[in-house]
Write a protein that binds this ligand. Structure first.
Ligand SMILES: CC(C)(COP(=O)(O)OP(=O)(O)OC[C@H]1O[C@@H](n2cnc3c(N)ncnc32)[C@H](O)[C@@H]1OP(=O)(O)O)[C@@H](O)C(=O)NCCC(=O)NCCS
Length: 143
């Protein structure tokens, strides 16, 4: 298992494939729906397995000079609860701090609240409802 920043087209293909598979496919969302305009300027982190397949992914972008946001955290089914998500989250936080962030915000799926609470995030209010089905909670952490 290795933590990398995707660079090549093949690595990015794996990266977006896992994002789609975990965060979009279960809700019948089309390929492409897992991407947004901020991907081009964001930090992307990926954990890969022996065969170079993506096991976990996550992204960090900046909302302002001091506030960064984490999005699209996803660990493959069968690989969850082994520390991969924590490794990716901590790596994104460290990168955020190096780039000047003093605060990280995110919109957590209610089902992932426990994961972010364990990493020191606190809830700051209700979030949006995705696909009319997935409730989110706003969270933040001071670095
Ligand atoms: C949420 C997610 C990214 C966490 O990654 P992970 O690799 O499974 O998490 P870790 O193994 O690093 O978890 C560390 C700790 O966080 C907590 N945790 C992890 N997932 C949790 C969950 N779904 N609910 C509650 N607590 C959770 C546990 O305390 C866990 O420690 P434990 O396994 O010893 O009890 C991953 O489960 C996932 O991709 N889920 C589906 C997609 C999703 O919800 N993404 C987040 C969108 S906001």
């Amino acid at each position: 298992m290795r933590l990398i920043e995707p660079v090549s087209a093949a690595e990015f293909e794996q990266y977006y494939e896992l994002r789609w598979k975990i965060l979009r496919a279960p809700w019948n969302q089309p390929r492409g729906s897992e991407r947004d305009a901020l991907d081009a300027t964001s930090t992307h982190i990926m954990v890969i397995g022996a065969g170079k397949a993506a096991l976990g992914v996550g992204r960090l972008h900046f909302n302002s000079i001091s506030e960064a946001q984490i999005r699209y955290m996803a660990v493959d089914v069968g690989q969850q609860r082994q520390g991969i998500g924590t490794l990716i989250l901590k790596t994104l936080e460290t990168r955020g701090a190096v780039l000047g962030a003093t605060r990280i915000v995110l919109d957590a799926r209610e089902t992932a609240l426990g994961f972010y609470c364990k990493q020191g995030y606190i809830t700051t209010g209700p979030g949006h409802m995705l696909f009319n089905r997935i409730a989110h909670v706003k969270m933040s952490k001071i670095l």
